[in-house]
Design a protein around this ligand. Structure first.
Ligand code: 13P
Ligand code: SF4
Length: 348
């Protein structure tokens, strides 16, 4: 943590040396994650946690964090944690002047699109996403030309330009309902081919899709999961719908990151394997002491660009501000708001 180029400058303003005293002062936060963070490691994190939480108040800022953030972020400094849909909905309700988005760039862009008058910061602008990078607005136009009249449902894991070129967005928690609600037999889904195939397997619609994928979830194979189950028949396998259909077919449950967390809370299996990003199991380990989380997991290199040090830097310097061209933002907002409205209506 102390080798980053920004650490010397931060050290001029804050006392960030590992501290047993600051660890004791932040004990209530540590108690939420003591199963996965050792006391010496918390003594390293605690000075950052304390300064971030102090600076957050000074700047009238709120930290919205995705479920893939590391435990010291998720439990130490986040004001709200959730999946993409929860974060998008929360972004419409924020009262503070500043949103620090602890997640990847498309999530920060979505917050800005929904809150054009607020300052939205991302601690590392290079926190991208293989799905968001796989398609442009030109790609959406190509799909429209290929399937005239078919509505375009774009995953929120896209840039604002792609959202603006789409009819409506979806997330992993509402993709099937949104596609089924489209008033057409053929529906275009972008950019995740596996999410689209998983939706197609459960939908009466003819789902056609772009050739994008998540570099984290596509690494899992059905063969690996079968090997785990052969080794330990008791293990419950819980997958994210960005995994391949073969992997989803092997799973006991498939859902968004919120859906996964809710399922493990509801079922409390003796042994669970979360077929998703590594921090998911770490973040819920303390809430579920009787669940043994099977490894391995795969790490998202983009999500892991967000660190406590960069969050402190972000609040200290009020960087990196996320901006979206107002005309693009208007189009993207329509697609996201249509999704939020439809999702609410469908849930009753
Ligand atoms: P969720 O909406 O399920 O949190 O997924 C976001 C994501 O990027 C998963 O890889
Ligand atoms: Fe994108 Fe996959 Fe990382 Fe999620 S896990 S942010 S979909 S690369």
């Amino acid at each position: 943590m102390l080798t980053s180029p920004i650490s010397a400058e931060l050290a001029r303003h804050y006392d960030l040396a590992p501290s047993v005293e600051k660890a004791a002062e932040t004990q209530a936060l540590y108690a939420r994650t003591s199963r996965v963070i050792s006391p010496p490691d918390w003594a390293v994190f605690a000075p950052y946690v304390a300064e971030i939480n102090r600076l957050k108040k000074e700047r009238n800022a709120v930290i919205l964090a995705h479920n893939y953030m590391t435990p010291e972020i998720y439990h130490g400094v986040a004001d709200f944690v959730g999946d993409s849909l929860q974060l998008a909905i929360k972004a419409t309700e924020v009262e503070e002047d500043v949103i620090v988005q602890c997640g990847v760039h498309f999530m920060a862009e979505t917050s800005k699109v929904l809150n054009p008058n607020k300052t939205v910061l991302i601690p590392d602008p290079a926190a991208g996403c293989s799905l968001a990078e796989s398609i442009t607005a030109e790609g959406v136009a190509q799909m429209r030309a290929k399937y005239p009249g078919a509505p375009v449902v774009s995953y929120v894991n896209t840039t604002a330009e792609v959202k603006a070129a789409s009819d409506i967005c979806c997330t992993s928690s509402n993709a099937l309902q949104i596609v089924n609600a489209m008033d057409a037999d053929t529906v275009i889904m972008t950019p995740d081919k596996y999410l689209a195939q998983n939706v197609a397997n459960e939908s009466p619609k003819n789902v056609v899709f772009w050739d994008g994928s998540c570099i984290v979830h596509e690494l899992y194979t059905a063969e690996d999961l079968r090997a785990y189950r052969d080794h330990d028949p008791e293990v419950k396998i819980i997958a994210h719908p960005e995994c391949t259909p073969d992997v989803v077919a092997e799973a006991d449950f498939t859902g968004s990151t919120k859906g996964i967390i809710d399922w493990v809370h509801a079922h409390k299996p003796a042994k669970a394997m979360l077929v998703t990003e590594c921090s998911m199991a770490s973040n819920i380990a303390d809430e579920l002491p009787d669940v043994d989380f099977a490894k391995p997991c795969n790490m998202c290199p983009y999500m892991k660009k967000i660190t406590l040090e960069k969050i402190l830097w972000s609040l200290h310097t009020m960087s990196h501000e996320v901006t979206v061209d107002p005309a693009v933002a208007d189009g993207a907002r329509q697609a996201v708001e249509r999704m939020i409205d439809l999702s609410r209506r469908l849930q009753g």
